[in-house]
Design a protein around this ligand. Structure first.
Ligand code: NAP
Ligand code: HSE
Length: 355
């Protein structure tokens, strides 16, 4: 399988290393070889720890990139660069040029997912996006493929590794906020602009994607009532400790027929709740649907290894001829979306954070 890739940062370089290391095994499993044919970056002179095969074109010019991808008859575009607007343009162009799309770009999906999914359908190409939510935890596969449709679905999760890392470091090691954020950036957990993490926007984008899958209609991140962690103080952490709780950035949704209530915000989370026990960059998601009951998934939510693994798992599915991940092509009505009042599970939103 010939791969054209946009982005060679934390995730892209991680994927290049994985393809290099796992190539023979992938060929055994799928009967196909996986090779990077062209890579688009912003600065091709930047030093990188990314093994690229001889002949792989690396460029900062989108025209040269798409020409090289088409010359190499690339089968798939892997988009691991980020940004809603450039991501939309790259996705639509690749699909119309006959490539499948594997993306980690949650900002793009949470704003333009329905349009891109419709373009994929129209072009007869597959769309995969496991890496867009919760890094190495297969929550997209679980919601899109395993959880049966239900009239009512509840989602309750910690879906941002950077914020969980910061809140854990502040509470468990007494690390100041700024140092914890700098460490999360150094470890490759944070977005290129970490404001997306700490403002809660990244969690809102992920919650919008998960809620879209559960509702069968695209829900936009802009519609999610969102508070970040910048207002969390040592006093909040002490209050949490006194009540046998941790402060966690909670993303929660309740989907009921055509209506959905959603919210992202810091919350007192009991230590005997699975979300209260998540530490460092771990993510977790509880999915409740009737008559299935509740399923809980947790694991590494950010960083090169987990996220590149999720991208590779999508590539392997594609290489084996598997169908893409269904994303709704119709959009929910804005009037049906409201802020969620209580998250449930004994979890309480922090007071005094602007709500
Ligand atoms: P990153 O380390 O900042 O890397 C971004 C890469 O994309 C860089 O190589 C950059 O080029 C390139 N790039 C950015 N904008 C571009 C543009 N307009 N045209 C061409 N190239 C462009 O980011 P990352 O952490 O790998 O994240 C990439 C994507 O994966 C984002 O959508 C992010 O939300 C998502 N994601 C990340 C993680 C994680 O743990 N890091 C987990 C899940 C999903 P230069 O290197 O030349 O600057
Ligand atoms: N910045 C994101 C996080 C990357 O910290 O969760 C994973 O999507």
């Amino acid at each position: 399988m010939r791969i054209a890739m946009i982005g060679l940062g934390t995730v892209g370089a991680g994927l290049a290393r994985l393809i290099d290391a796992q190539g023979p095994r992938l060929r055994e499993q799928t009967g196909r070889s996986f090779e990077l044919a062209a890579v688009l970056v912003r600065d091709p002179r930047k030093p990188r720890e990314a093994p690229l095969p001889p002949g792989c074109v690396v460029t900062a010019d989108p025209e040269a990139f798409f020409a090289a991808a088409s010359g190499a008859t690339a089968d798939v575009l892997v988009e691991v660069a980020g940004g809603a607007a450039p991501g939309r343009g790259f996705a639509l162009r690749a699909l119309r040029a006959g490539m499948h799309l594997v993306t980690a770009n949650k900002a793009m999906l949470a704003a333009h997912g329905a349009e891109v999914a419709a373009a994929a359908q129209q072009a007869g190409r597959e769309l995969f996006f496991e890496a867009s939510v919760c890094g190495g935890v297969p929550v997209v596969a679980a919601l899109a493929r395993a959880v049966p449709p239900a009239d009512r679905t509840g989602l309750l999760g910690v879906v941002n590794g950077t914020c969980n890392f910061i809140l854990s470091a502040m509470a468990e090691r007494g690390t100041p906020y700024a140092s914890a954020l700098a460490e999360a950036q150094r470890l490759g957990y944070a977005e290129a602009d970490p404001t997306f993490d700490v403002s809660g926007r990244d969690s809102a984008e992920k919650l919008a994607i998960l809620a879209s899958l559960a509702a069968g209609r695209a829900i936009q991140a802009d519609w999610v009532a969102t508070t970040g962690i910048t207002g969390v103080t040592p006093a909040h952490l002490a209050e949490a400790r006194a009540h046998r709780c941790a402060v966690r950035l909670i993303a929660a949704a309740r989907i009921d027929g055509p209506r959905a209530a959603l919210r992202v915000g810091p919350a007192f989370t009991p230590l005997d709740h699975p979300l209260g026990r998540l530490s460092g960059p771990q993510n977790g998601l509880a999915v409740r649907a009737e008559p299935m009951g509740e399923v809980f998934l947790s694991g590494p939510g950010a960083g090169a290894g987990p996220t590149a693994s999720a991208v590779l798992s999508d590539l392997r599915l594609l290489g084996s001829g598997g169908p893409g991940t269904p994303f709704p092509t119709t959009t929910a009505s804005r009037a049906d979306i409201t802020p969620l009042e209580e998250p449930g599970g004994g979890i309480r939103w922090l007071s005094g954070d602007g709500r």
